[in-house]
Unconditional design. Sequence first.
Length: 180
Amino acid sequence: MERFLVWRGLDEWRAEASHVRIEDDRLTATGTQLGVTPEAYRLDYSLRTGADFVTERLELSALVGRALKRLLLTRRHDGTWTADDRPLPELDGALDTDVLASPVFNSMPVLRHEMLGGGQARDLVMAFVSVPDLTVTRSEQRYAPLGGGRVNYLSGDFTADIHFDEDGLVRLYEDYLERV
């Protein structure tokens, strides 16, 4: 399955376009996100997962004003993470990346745990990348399947229902973003 998708923000001006490919239990995506908060930026990313939709590599570049920042985030086979070859022991055990305001990254845990038709709620640890500064932190998140392709997402005090299509890609992130 290969698709080109576009989303727009519902809570503020934001747009993202991504080319996503899902093959068996692997996902690759390249995309561009445009936003204006906290200031105008352009984010480009390239994601590659290994088996079972586990992140292997995420390359990002953010253009803010005249400054270009880059980040290479990798998860090794032993479960350890690095950011630009700098060890990130606080992320050990995380299987996924999550990039602020990007719907692409919600698909991996949903597909891995087959949540589209229901199932158990899962508490997960993510390597979270804030945008546009590209800071990486540990993020504890909860995904609770609601059935019918809907999953409730919870992180800190933020919660929203996310609607997925039959391929496991976000259609609607209630009050946050929608696919166009």
